[in-house]
Design a protein around this ligand. Structure first.
Ligand code: FPP
Length: 250
């Protein structure tokens, strides 16, 4: 037995893969694939708003992406800046709160300033929590949470014996959001690639061969339908889940 029909995930996390291959198939430069990828971002954000999904986290740039050719990294930086400048007003009008997660010290000053301005402008919105992971790595996130725990212990604000899963989770990026329920990766690979490692412990994983620029409303709808048909057990037996769901009227 699956989850009740119409179950919508509260938080969707997406690894947007396949921009380069999409471009190569069309004999275009890889950068054209990233530009096409921005259009898909717009479509998926609108779908999340329409479907009243609370949170969306997009993996835009991993800690490892700095190793790409200099020209591609530069283009991605320009594209982030251009997209922030061009989209933030519309996001704000639609009630989207935008946050950037990751180590942003490595980004150019102008980009960092625009990130901070966009976050400040949209801080009061609650129609959709949009997190863009930039220079992000799941292991980095866990390490920075550990550093914060250590700092709190050193300052006498926290006893080492009080360190538990809740204390660590509270210091991760996006700690105020529910954990991702659905983890989507486009582009055919079946890996998590160091994205939201801790937070996705119980996420349902969904992989599609579609390349990110090809992922549209219908493809997203299929991912959501697949999610709705699954039974999430959180370590319980199937019978326990069915009984709990019946008690909750689901
Ligand atoms: C992975 O495809 C994609 C990226 C590393 C960049 C993702 C960026 C965008 C979609 C545009 C900007 C997004 C925002 C939120 C402003 P790939 O290049 O690894 O593709 P490949 O595996 O086919 O080479």
């Amino acid at each position: 037995m699956g989850a009740p029909a119409g179950v919508v995930p509260r938080h969707v996390a997406i690894v947007m893969d396949g921009n380069g291959r999409w471009a190569r198939q069309r004999r275009l430069p890889r950068t054209a694939g990233h530009r096409a990828g921005v259009k898909t971002v717009r479509v998926i954000v609108e779908e999340c708003l329409r479907r009243r999904i609370e949170a969306l986290t997009l993996f835009a740039f991993s800690s490892e992406n700095w190793r790409r050719p200099r020209a591609e990294v530069d283009l991605l930086m320009q594209l982030f800046l251009h997209t922030l400048r061009g989209e933030v007003r519309q996001l704000h009008e639609n009630g989207v709160r935008l946050r950037i997660i990751g180590e942003r010290g490595a980004f150019p000053d102008t980009l960092r300033r625009h990130m901070a301005e966009a976050e400040a402008l949209t801080a009061g919105n609650d129609a959709l929590q949009l997190q863009v992971a930039a220079n992000y790595g799941g292991r980095w996130d866990i390490a920075q949470a550990a550093q914060r725990l250590a700092a709190d212990c050193a300052a006498g604000r926290l006893a080492p014996t009080a360190i538990d899963e809740t204390a660590l989770a509270a210091r991760l990026a996006g700690a105020d959001l529910p954990d991702p329920d659905l983890f989507v990766r486009t582009g055919g690979e079946k890996r998590m690639s160091n994205f939201l490692l801790w937070q996705s412990a119980y996420a349902e994983l969904y992989f599609t061969d579609l390349l990110w620029p090809e992922f549209d409303e219908d493809a997203f709808g299929l991912a959501l339908a697949d999610y709705a048909a699954r039974q999430r057990r959180f370590g319980l037996t199937g019978e326990q889940v069915v009984a709990m769901s019946a008690r909750a009227g689901g």
